[in-house]
Design a protein around this ligand. Structure first.
Ligand SMILES: [Mn+2]
Length: 278
């Protein structure tokens, strides 16, 4: 099923892509900035960066069930099949909008795309279509929450200025990620043994966040677990802060082989790291 849709996506012309983007845009416009996850089983997927074999692998493993997929962003840039990867996810979103949540990563942005490959790949393949892709990025949701499992999922991490996660719903729909809270949701990293927030090696307005502010944030927002992506780990995952923050990386190929992982949470809360098979 997934493989069949992928085969058709692979042959898309620029007219097919324009039609796909036209159809997915109103679906994304209709979603809130903070997605409230359903009570179905969930599979969280970290960065895929154009590794559409990994994307197909994880979709294949769970598509037959009632599982809802939560993709944590960074679909494009760097990998060999970035256009195919994004088009496949958009095609599934168009056909089955309730089966997957597509969060925004820091790579779903014009400035980053001009530097890391997506802009050039689109120019090469379709000519002038980047603007249409970027128009959809503005509407990708910024985070999601499962109130009954007390899980918060986001690409980067906790922003300095965010008190309640409900404020995420008020964040603007921007083509560039300008708003400081949105920026830090998509760019920040956890750091062990850090108190509060500190400047990040990523530069600009990104921050590292420590365990103390994480604990405060989780207590304030009634959370038990934060699932995020944004960093490469050779085994596909890393636990921070005594397991309260789980970082996922779901590529199987990223400058060499990686043991990409996804994370399954059953309806009753049972949890399991899932090796991605390609
Ligand atoms: Mn990232």
């Amino acid at each position: 099923m997934i493989r069949k849709i992928a085969q058709s996506v692979e042959t898309y012309s620029s007219e097919d892509v324009i039609q796909l983007l036209d159809r997915v845009l109103p679906i994304l416009k209709n979603e809130s900035r903070l997605i409230k996850l359903p009570t179905s089983p969930l599979v969280f997927v970290g960065d895929t960066h154009g590794d559409w074999e990994a994307t197909q692998g994880i979709l294949d493993q769970f598509w037959h069930s009632t599982t809802v997929f939560v993709f944590l962003g960074d679909y494009v840039d760097r990998g060999s099949y970035q256009i195919e990867n994004l088009n496949l996810l958009y095609e599934l979103k168009r056909r089955y909008p309730k089966r997957l949540v597509l969060l925004r990563g820091n790579h779903e942005s014009p400035t980053v795309n001009r530097q890391y490959g997506f802009y050039d790949a689109v120019q090469r393949t379709f000519g002038e279509l980047s603007e249409q892709y970027w128009a959809t990025f503005a509407h990708l949701p910024l985070a999601s929450v499962s109130p009954h499992l007390r899980i918060f999922a986001v690409h980067g991490g906790i922003p300095e200025q965010l008190k309640s996660i409900d404020e995420i719903n008020e964040l603007p729909r921007e083509v560039e990620i300008e708003h400081p809270v949105a920026f830090q949701l998509l760019w920040n990293d956890p750091q062990e043994a850090l108190k509060g927030f500190a400047p990040s090696f990523r530069g600009g307005r990104a921050r590292n966040f420590g365990q103390d502010v994480t604990n405060d944030f989780m207590a304030r927002n009634n959370l038990d677990l934060i699932i995020r992506a944004h960093e490469v780990f050779p085994h596909g995952f890393h636990e921070f802060f005594d397991g309260r923050v789980l970082s996922l990386f779901s590529c199987c190929n990223y400058r060499g082989p990686i043991d990409g992982k996804a994370f399954y949470v059953g309806a009753t809360g049972n949890r399991e790291l899932i090796p991605i098979k390609i």
